[in-house]
Design a protein around this ligand. Sequence first.
Ligand code: NYM
Ligand code: MG
Length: 217
Amino acid sequence: SAERSARRGALIVVEGLDRAGKSSQCEMLQTYLAERGHDVKYIRFPDRTTPIGKLIDAYLRGSADQNDHSIHLLFSANRWELAKSMQRDIAAGISIVVDRYSYSGAVYSAAKANPTLSLDWAWQPEIGLPQPDLCLFLNISTEAAAQRGGFGEERYENEKMQTRVREIFRALFDRQDKVCVIDAGRALDEVAKDVHIAVEKCFVNSSRNEPLGTLGP
Ligand code: NYM
Ligand code: MG
């Protein structure tokens, strides 16, 4: 109906540890929403295709080094460079499923335990970015994540780092609203069922009658 097409899209973020199943769930969610007649896009951060993204990619693969603070700001800049186009899509009625966002940004950097890179410091450059309508945290134990084909080759993909990342994710999500924690240690389709329930709730939520918000402190 005209009323429905006038509605803005929803911004849905999927977060979690490496190997939590984020990419699989994002793809399944995109299909699920498209089949129900929604205009939907799937994007991921880091977006390794931009010039900033290429610097991030080299850092993650270990072919380049970066100071902790500067790589942190590059991850954030990589979101800022896409913020306008995300806002445009949402205003045009397109929903976006986002694979990692500001939460990964703050948490992975804070997990480095650099004394001048606190979680609070790490969050600052995210303030003002588009505010997700829903953040799904795919919660999995470090052991279960490690069992899923082992850790990858990239920076951060080791048990010590993942354990800290998991703790800090939980601390961060304690003080965020619009977060839904999902047990991701189960079969894909079971996890997907819970993802769909949370997203359906978000879609009927009246907050989508208001303009897209921005992340606060
Ligand atoms: N990562 C991701 C960060 O450290 N900061 C960020 O802002 C984002 C978006 O990049 N181990 C880390 C988390 C991952 C790594 O992401 C690559 P992926 O989704 O595994 O390709
Ligand atoms: Mg990864």
